[in-house]
Design a protein around this ligand. Structure first.
Ligand code: HEC
Length: 203
């Protein structure tokens, strides 16, 4: 009786803190989740993942000007994939890269010059590596809300641009400042990227 009460108390003492802290633990061990229809679930918690970079007014098209308003994009990756990239210079299965888009704000509070990011989320795209699921190993998703998104068809230009110009395995590591030196050191930069930049092959 006493023993079981003790055990019960003990397990209560052990389990309670776990129950309290588990849901708030950093997002280690996240992997893509899909609905029965194959749509990707919104990657809640991506803001706790590893931050890679912010692009400011980046454009693929030199003729495209956006007068009067500026755009930021922030890139995040799930912590497991990041750890693996640091070790090997390549992305493991179940990598998820998130690109979120925010508008630039000009004058506000004490800011007189330059731009800071607005609170409104203007877009969110995910690049997922799921080798068994997607024929090309990777797939793109674009979210209109914070629920689910359909896979973007393989004919979209997302795939061709990323495949032709992404520095590592269809991802734009050349623009992620902490990852580029790792890819260089591990010799994992794509041939196409090396050719594009005139970097010596096999380095
Ligand atoms: C003409 C080239 C081009 C096209 C087309 C393109 N992207 Fe990208 N994408 C980029 C560049 C450049 C970056 C790097 C952004 C940065 O540095 O902030 C990027 C980054 C990303 C990232 C961050 C992860 C990664 O792979 O590096 C996602 C997610 C993404 N794009 C989704 C999309 C989606 C979805 C589409 C199609 C609707 C698309 N892209 C079309 C050039 C392109």
């Amino acid at each position: 009786m006493l023993t079981s009460a003790k055990t019960a108390l003990l397990s209560f003492a052990v389990l309670l803190p776990l129950a309290v802290f588990l849901p708030r633990m950093p997002a280690a061990g996240v992997s893509p989740e899909y609905t029965a229809k194959g749509e990707l679930q919104f990657p809640t918690g991506y803001r706790d993942w590893v931050y890679l970079s912010t692009g400011y007014d980046m454009s693929y098209n030199p003729a495209l000007q956006s007068p009067g308003h500026h755009m930021f994009d922030n890139v995040f990756v799930n912590p497991d994939a990041y750890k693996s990239f640091v070790e090997k210079g390549t992305w493991p299965d179940k990598t998820m890269l998130v690109l979120e888009v925010r508008g630039g704000e000009g004058k506000g509070s004490i800011n007189q010059k330059g731009s800071y990011q607005g609170t409104e989320l203007m877009g969110l795209e995910v690049h997922v590596k799921d080798e068994a699921r997607f024929p090309g190993k990777w797939a793109f998703f674009s979210f209109d809300d914070t629920k689910t998104a359909k896979m973007i068809p393989l004919t979209a230009d997302c795939y061709s641009c990323h495949a032709a110009h992404g520095a590592v395995d269809t991802t734009f590591v050349q623009f992620y400042p902490t990852l580029l030196p790792i890819a260089r050191a591990k010799g994992t930069l794509s041939k196409a990227y090396q050719k594009e930049t005139g970097a010596p092959q096999g380095q």
